[in-house]
Design a protein around this ligand. Structure first.
Ligand code: FAD
Length: 404
């Protein structure tokens, strides 16, 4: 397609969730929109979300579930708006304890519904076009590897650096910097954490619940142990802090509380009670049921007790060591598994450079940013797609008001 002569109202860079939502909202308002995408299909990343099921929002919604270097007070609970938006495209949803998925359980449904609407609205989509530069004179000029798109406004919805194989590039940050906008440090987030702790050789394959702490940050859930890394919900949640500490060379250990349902004092009483009931039981028998059996074996080993020791041979110090290691099981941290394994990018275009009531750059009129490219990242649970939607929704309202 030769777009040299045509002047679009808006050129959107990136046909991910954010770009697609924005394009649909603008085209429905009668604006002439061009979507430019480096992949050969729109919304490719959506297919991988929620383990192929697409957890697109959450009933517990608000600024407290997001991180940024800037205030996020403008984020409110809009999860029902997003549900309605998808519902209007034919995507019905189901609520799994507040986590929303398409009723089909297939992320494919969401991608296809968005693609169908883009096609129905007759939006021009330039696939297999990598944007290399954006410049501004009277109009914006978006240069791709194949063509040049002229537009009155441009929205950068090009995502972050996570999961490069699904299509990611630094273009969003480069465009911001070319218009003298600041970007913050970038870290992989919602990602597994590498560790060379010896205990992982024994724990590999285990899934155990507990509270994971890293410095001041804690999160509870199922931890998955692999031979050279840990993952699972609580690890994903703290990984962004590990990522930034890795950049600053300030890494610390992870601590796991395998028995969060008892305080240290209650656990000590529980152990004493168990040991008194059957003094001839081996330590491993006496501890059965407190938490995952492999975790118990490791805690006993950390406490320097042999598994076949009968409990009548344990002294006060042994009990204190057991309590300590059940509640402070330590794993060394070598860093995160990196952007390729990450679900999202922490950091991005600095929100202090953006009017958050419109998502427009404060440095360049007519230039907008939405989605993951901005310095906003959410926790696990549908928050990042919700942010992609929220920012697109804000931008759409502002652009429609100006151009209609
Ligand atoms: C494995 C995985 C699972 C996830 N699961 C969930 C989940 O269940 N729930 C949730 O809320 N979030 C989830 N996320 C995060 C979520 O997918 C992203 O936060 C969200 O898709 C960001 O949307 P976006 O539109 O801002 O960016 P993207 O979806 O990344 O879209 C950006 C688009 O821009 C294109 N692009 C990039 N550079 C260029 C260029 N130079 N020229 C043209 N096009 C370009 C890309 O190809 C891409 O299509 C998951 C992420 C991954 C990787």
């Amino acid at each position: 397609m030769n777009t040299d002569e045509k002047v679009y109202d808006v050129c959107i860079i990136g046909a991910g969730f954010s770009g697609l939502v924005l394009a649909i909202k603008l085209a429905r308002a009668g604006l002439l929109v061009c979507l430019v995408e480096l992949n050969r299909m729109v919304g490719r990343r959506i297919l991988s979300t929620g383990n192929g099921r697409c957890n697109f929002t959450n009933s517990r919604m608000g600024a407290q579930y997001y991180y940024s270097n800037h205030s996020l007070d403008f984020i409110s609970d809009n999860h029902n708006d997003l549900r309605q938006f998808l519902n209007e495209l034919g995507v019905y949803d189901k609520d799994l304890d507040g986590y929303y998925y398409p009723i089909t359980n297939q992320a494919k449904t969401v991608r296809e519904a968005l693609e169908n609407e883009i096609s129905f609205l007759g939006i021009d989509v330039l696939l297999d076009n990598r944007v290399t530069e954006v410049s501004k004179a009277d109009l914006f000029k978006v240069t791709t590897t194949r063509t040049i798109v002229n537009a009155k406004k441009v929205c950068v919805a090009s995502g972050g650096l996570a999961a490069a194989t699904l299509g990611s590039s630094k273009i969003g940050y480069k465009i911001a910097q070319s218009f003298k906008m600041k970007t913050t440090k970038l870290s992989p987030a919602l990602v597994g954490v590498k560790s060379s702790s010896q205990c992982l050789k024994e724990l590999a394959g285990v899934r155990a619940t507990g509270v994971v702490s890293y410095k001041d940050y804690s999160c509870e859930g199922e931890i998955q142990f692999n031979k050279d890394s840990v993952s699972g919900y609580p690890i994903m949640c703290i990984s962004r802090f590990i990522g930034f500490d890795e950049l600053d060379k300030k890494l610390s250990d992870i601590r796991i509380d395998f028995i969060p349902y008892l305080s240290a004092e209650q656990l000590k009483d529980e152990l004493t009670k168990r040991f008194n009931r059957n003094p001839k039981a081996t330590i491993l028998t006496a501890l059965v049921g407190l938490c995952n059996e492999k975790a118990i074996e490791q805690v006993v080993s950390y406490s320097r007790i042999y598994g076949d020791t009968t409990v009548d041979r344990l002294d006060e110090e042994d009990v204190e060591n057991l309590v300590y290691f059940f509640k402070n099981f330590t794993i060394s941290v070598d860093g995160t598994k990196g952007f390729d394994s990450a679900q999202v990018t922490a950091g991005g275009v600095d929100l202090s450079e953006i009017d958050t009531s419109s998502m427009e750059s404060l440095k360049c009129k007519g230039l907008y940013f939405t989605g993951e490219v901005l310095d906003v990242d959410g926790i696990c649970g549908g928050y990042n797609l919700n942010w992609a939607y929220t920012s697109a929704d804000i931008a759409s309202k502002s652009i429609i008001k100006e151009l209609q």
